[in-house]
Design a protein around this ligand. Structure first.
Ligand code: SF4
Ligand code: SF4
Length: 82
């Protein structure tokens, strides 16, 4: 999963770009639900939120490192439940 750091300026542009609806407004800044973020695996070649963020505040979450296979599994779980 990716994570949004406290450098987020709440510009709102990433939220609608997420194919998994993983981004939501938290208490102070936008947040990413690690159960829904596939790092865009299954949808796009690159994480869409990272592409649009004007302040580059969406790195990989070091506490939520996942393999390509795990991300693909999450994608399949999310899409079959939809
Ligand atoms: Fe959503 Fe993709 Fe960003 Fe994860 S990497 S939060 S799936 S846009
Ligand atoms: Fe925050 Fe970046 Fe998303 Fe804008 S695009 S709301 S700065 S994480």
């Amino acid at each position: 999963s990716l994570i949004i750091t406290d450098e987020c300026i709440n510009c709102d542009v990433c939220e609608p770009e997420c194919p998994n609806d993983a981004i939501y407004m938290g208490e102070l800044i936008y947040e990413i639900d690690p159960n829904r973020c596939t790092e865009c695996v299954g949808h796009f070649d690159e994480p869409q939120c990272q592409q649009v963020c004007p302040v580059d505040c969406i790195p990989l979450d070091p506490n939520n490192m996942e393999t390509e296979d795990e991300l693909l599994e999450k994608y399949q779980r999310l899409t079959s439940a939809a």
